[in-house]
Design a protein around this ligand. Structure first.
Ligand code: BDR
Ligand code: CA
Length: 342
């Protein structure tokens, strides 16, 4: 099988962690490396977590340290809707501390690795960006012509209607709006850029039945996910009384795997607000295909059930999918005596 060349750029992060585990298990993906970036936590912590994840997936995937600070500094006075540390726990992995393998950390900085890979695999390299786009923007500043050789960027971030860190901004884009502008304005005409925003990730909400099916399995991946997810679930319950979670970064990986689950992907003009304190990181999406300069794709509607089944398939193969379908069927028929007698 010809594999797809993938780099994951990430700030792990509980949802980043689940996403990386999934990406490592997708047979069509060849994971060339994991690049860290400051975001959910500082760069030392996100790099350590990337090293822990690489050690866990066990394929000697190299880790490259990326940018510590966003291109656009965040005012220390800025009040976020969600205090730092709450969502992902104090260590970014829900207080779980899997073993670290520091030998996987490379001397090459993330920016150089991305540029080298783009040169090595022209029109083939795909980047799944699960954190702020700082590393990618720095690559563009350094060598735009090489960046034009990238086939696609799947970026978790942004939203059309509302934010999650401020009323109008999603966290990754809020963290470094200038990086989003740089990537879309300078690269969007040459490379396919997919904004996987909050609308798409919310459409793939995972309820407690779904999550319990995963955490009840006995594989090492299920055990890892079971160890990190409780913090994330607890936060979602406390903040929104939601029984379940949106694993944003995982949805981004799953979308990159099977974009055909979106029947219609609008090609749009995407701008990210940089010059306002109150609207920092807000995404302005122009869907007027005839009039706008298109620089991004913004999928909004997806076959969420198929996507969720795909995740089960990635984790537990076809056998898992059939057990999952049986389990869901049983829930739906729990009050039918004839069902259990048949
Ligand atoms: C994004 O913000 C981070 O907290 C998550 O890891 C995800 O990438 C969701 O807004
Ligand atoms: Ca992330």
């Amino acid at each position: 099988m010809k594999t797809r060349k993938i780099i994951i750029d990430t700030d792990p992060g509980i949802d980043d962690a689940v996403a990386i585990i999934a990406a490592a298990m997708i047979p069509e993906f060849e994971l060339l490396g994991i690049c860290s970036v400051g975001g959910n936590k500082g760069i030392e912590c996100t790099t350590d977590n990337a090293l822990r994840l690489s050690a866990f997936i066990g394929k000697n995937t190299p880790v490259f340290k990326g940018a510590a600070a966003s291109l656009q500094p965040i005012s220390p006075d800025y009040v976020r809707k969600v205090p730092e540390g709450l969502i992902h726990g104090s260590n970014g992995l829900g207080e779980y501390n899997p073993p670290i393998d520091s030998t996987l950390l490379q001397k090459t900085p993330a920016v150089d690795f991305i540029l080298e890979s783009a040169k090595k695999y022209p029109d083939e390299l795909e980047i799944i960006a699960l954190g702020p786009l700082t590393n990618l923007a720095l690559c563009i500043e350094q060598d735009i012509e090489t960046m034009k050789k990238i086939k696609a960027i799947y970026s978790m971030g942004g939203s059309v209607y509302r934010g999650n860190v401020t009323p109008v901004a999603e966290f990754n884009y809020w963290h470094d709006p200038l990086a989003v502008q740089t990537v879309c304005q300078k690269l969007g005409a040459f490379t396919d850029i997919f904004m996987i925003g909050l609308e798409l990730t919310a459409a793939c909400f995972m309820d407690m039945n779904y999550l319990s099916f995963i955490t009840n399995q006995k594989t090492k991946e299920a055990e890892f996910i079971s160890a990190i997810l409780p913090t994330y679930i607890k936060y979602n319950w406390e903040i929104g009384k939601t029984l379940g979670v949106i694993i944003h970064d995982l949805i981004t990986v799953l979308f990159a795997h099977t974009p055909e689950l979106c029947k219609n992907i609008p090609h749009v003009n995407l701008q990210c607000v940089c010059d306002s304190e109150i609207a920092r990181g807000q995404t302005i999406v122009d869907f007027d295909a005839d009039l706008c300069d298109k620089n991004a794709y913004v999928p909004l509607v997806i076959d969420a059930e198929a996507l969720k089944e795909n995740f089960i398939r990635i984790l537990f193969r076809e056998q898992g999918v059939s057990e999952y379908r049986d389990a869901m069927h049983r829930i739906q028929n729990i009050n039918r005596h004839d069902f259990f007698l048949s």
